[in-house]
Ligand binder design. Structure first.
Ligand SMILES: *Cc1c(COP(=O)(O)O)cnc(C)c1O
Length: 383
């Protein structure tokens, strides 16, 4: 049997990264907001339809900017899923807010919009939906609830670059959206992210918060004759070399997405039989959501010991991984947050979830080997 290693992730390079970094170097523009950054901003604005896109160091930084933009104060509450990355909560905890965790939907593993209203109190300021695996949350309902209660919506679209909901780009639907270009995402710059502001007032304030609390951006546009300290802020902008790398990726974002979707579809077809046998459940993508193939995960049948499956795959040199330890059950979540309602789906599904290797260059033959070994492991464990 072949033991060729199949890694879980391999960052994809388009081939233009070093050219563009060299251009940035020879142009002697190395600080932030140079030509590559501006090109990335324009691309993001035209592809998402947001009012203003601003590159940041990370999605984490973009979420921290969102908390500043919303003037989150100590004691304020923010509603979010527990089944997410730590930054979704931490950005608000940094401002003294309390993350209120609600359960996820059993089909998409996204924030269950039917549970949000019951979790709202007089201290609630925002709802933070996370588009898991690049599949959209039920945004119409979430936006309607936010509107009714006067709450802001911040989309954690870290995994959602190039995904849409009813034809509209993720990150452009709420008041604010946050993208990640971390090495493990679809479109990358090592570390990197972007804040999308979806109304002009937020956009202008976002520029100020990102530039150390000054109106430097307006000064460079010639809109003010000197720049001064305006409000609280920090340095959230990446340098031009990061933007140059990102530009090489954004140019190819559509083809990256198409190629990932083909790999995703191959898994989906190859795993149908195991689902019919009741050994696992495949991802469910609602009809009005176009996803970006960020991830292929399966939910193992209840009772199947995930670690045994992971070990079996590893013994065949196949590196699969699990995902989030729910925030409400982590030490930080217990300390800073609180749970609203049952966490049954979050607790149950997080223990059954297994992510398969997915990267550009993964061949159908390699995928078939993953599926074969997985099928053997599950058949041996099912009684
Ligand atoms: C990756 C990720 C983040 C963090 O992104 P960084 O760019 O590494 O800060 C936040 N939220 C979710 C849901 C993510 O998947």
């Amino acid at each position: 049997m072949s033991k060729e290693t199949i890694l879980f992730n391999r960052p994809f390079m388009t081939g233009k990264e070093l050219d563009y970094i060299a251009q940035a170097k020879f142009g002697n523009m190395l600080a932030g907001d140079g030509p590559f950054t501006k090109q990335c901003h324009r691309w993001l604005e035209s592809h998402t339809g947001c009012n203003k896109a601003l590159l940041t160091h990370s999605c984490t930084a973009a979420l921290e900017m969102a908390a500043l933009l919303l003037d989150i104060q100590p004691g304020d509450e923010v509603i979010l899923p527990s089944f997410t990355f730590v930054s979704t909560a931490n950005a608000f905890v940094l401002r003294g807010a309390v993350p209120v965790f609600v359960d996820i939907r059993p089909d998409t593993l996204n924030l269950d919009e039917r549970l949000i209203e019951a979790a709202i109190t007089s201290r609630t300021k925002a709802i933070v939906p996370v588009h898991y695996a690049g599949v959209a949350c039920e945004m119409d309902t979430i936006l309607a609830i936010a509107h009714k209660h006067g709450l802001a919506v911040v989309e954690d679209a870290a995994q959602g670059v190039m995904s849409t909901y009813k034809g509209r780009a993720l990150g452009s639907l709420g008041d604010l959206g946050a993208f990640s270009f971390h090495e493990t995402k679809n479109v990358i710059s090592g570390e990197g992210g972007a804040l999308l502001a979806n109304n002009p007032a937020m956009g202008l304030r976002a520029e100020i918060i990102r530039e150390k609390g000054t109106d430097r951006s307006r000064f460079f546009r010639g809109e003010v004759d000197k720049y001064t300290w305006q409000e609280v802020g920090s340095s959230f902008l990446p340098g031009e070399m990061t933007a140059a790398f990102l530009w090489a990726q954004l140019e190819e974002a559509q083809s990256i997405t198409n190629r990932r979707l083909a790999i995703w579809e191959h898994y989906h077809g190859a795993l149908a039989e195991l689902e019919l046998q009741g050994l696992l459940r495949r991802p469910i993508v609602p009809e009005n959501c176009q996803h970006n193939a960020h991830m292929y995960y399966v939910l193992l049948a209840p009772g199947i010991e995930r670690q045994v499956v992971l070990d079996k795959l590893k013994s065949h040199a196949i590196y699969a991984v699990f995902h989030y330890v729910p925030l409400h059950s982590s030490p930080g979540g217990v300390r800073y947050g609180r749970v609203h309602g049952s966490m049954e789906i979050t607790d149950g599904y997080s223990e059954r979830l297994l992510r398969l290797p997915l990267w550009l260059g993964l061949t159908n033959e390699q995928q078939d080997r993953v599926v074969d070994v997985l099928g053997d492991a599950l058949a041996a464990l099912a009684t």
